[in-house]
Ligand binder design. Structure first.
Ligand SMILES: [Zn+2]
Ligand SMILES: [Zn+2]
Length: 329
């Protein structure tokens, strides 16, 4: 996913502002943006970045004198105050200390072995709140050392400093969220769309393929506006999302359609075989068009109502028609 970038410079020739359409005078600060095959220019005060995300100063082409650079810095600081920094793992090294005094559990060894099967962040965020016994275990050095080694195989641990709990959290903040490869502070890169660090290798995986709206429409046969996706900035300033996000959103969307339909059907007290049909629709295979389902259905007796139901779950088409039809059967 792309970071927001533009050039802030002193206008050397007259250009027109893309927002107010008025001339940008020579000698004042202007924003220059590369857009596919041309440049767009803006008055500094007319410009609002297209995507709401953090802007790192290092991604900006800056050719300003001291006075104007200060104006830009102030603008950046104000813009960035609501976002996670993309160029550093954290502002300050986190420090943690115990909030309540607790005594070791009689069953420490047993709990430890159980917690080793679980997710470290769940221990931290959920189980440690269960009771004092779990809270105590959530500070256990042996357990956190285990998590560090298990989850970040390539990380160098500082065995002098110990405090593996903090070390784990730092590793997590600095490592690729998908493959857990550690990224050095100098080469740190957080994906603006998901707000998590991601490495160069993972960016090439299929699940991180970038799709824009018309691609989603043609590939999945669905109007992307139905999926409530959060878009980021892709090449040529197109709005894009990762493929895995579309697939997850599709599943949620279709599950919701299915649940809604079942609720409605129960209200009407329908033929149980029709309810059965809906219950047996597998959301993961709803990608297929109805014609394929018909072909592969064998001797299953399928009616037009089945097709309407299927298509409704697939892409929420013809909702009223479907409800009326159900009421009349
Ligand atoms: Zn303007
Ligand atoms: Zn990775």
């Amino acid at each position: 996913m792309k970071k927001t970038s533009f050039q802030a410079e002193i206008s050397k020739r007259q250009t027109r502002c893309k927002v107010c359409k008025k001339t940008i005078d020579i000698g004042i600060i202007r924003i220059k943006i590369h857009s596919y095959d041309h440049f767009d220019y803006y008055h500094f005060e007319c410009y609002t970045p297209k995507i709401k995300q953090y802007i790192s100063k290092s991604d900006l082409g800056i050719r300003l004198d001291q006075e104007n650079a200060k104006i830009l810095d102030a603008w950046l600081e104000n813009w960035n105050k609501d976002y996670v920094p993309l160029d550093k793992a954290f502002h300050e090294t986190p420090t943690f200390s115990k909030l309540v005094e607790t005594a070791p559990s009689k069953y420490r060894r047993a709990w430890l072995e159980i917690f080793k099967f679980l997710d470290a962040v769940e221990l931290f965020k959920i189980y440690s709140h269960v009771n004092k016994e779990f809270y105590h275990i959530s500070w256990d050095e042996e357990l956190w050392h285990f998590y560090c080694v298990r989850d970040y195989t390539n990380a160098a641990l500082d065995d002098q400093k110990k405090n593996y709990r903090t070390q784990y959290i730092i590793l997590r903040m600095e490592s690729c969220f998908w493959c857990h490869a550690h990224q050095s502070q100098e080469r740190f890169n957080r994906c603006p769309l998901i707000g998590k660090p991601i490495c160069e290798k993972c960016k090439k995986l299929k699940r991180f393929e970038q799709l824009h709206k018309s691609q989603i429409e043609s590939r999945y046969g669905i109007n992307p506006n139905l999926l409530q996706l959060k878009f980021g900035l892709g090449y040529w300033n197109k709005k894009v999302v990762y493929r895995y996000m579309v697939e997850e959103a599709l599943e949620t969307f279709r599950n919701r359609n299915k649940e809604f339909l079942l609720e409605e059907m129960k209200k009407i007290n329908l033929d149980p075989t029709l309810v059965d049909f809906v219950e047996n629709i597998d959301i993961k295979t709803v990608d297929k068009p109805w014609s394929e389902i018909l072909q592969s259905s064998g001797n299953l007796y399928l009616l037009p109502i089945h097709e309407i139901i299927y298509n409704y779950i697939r892409d929420r088409k013809a909702e009223k028609k479907l409800i009326n039809k159900l009421k009349s059967t």
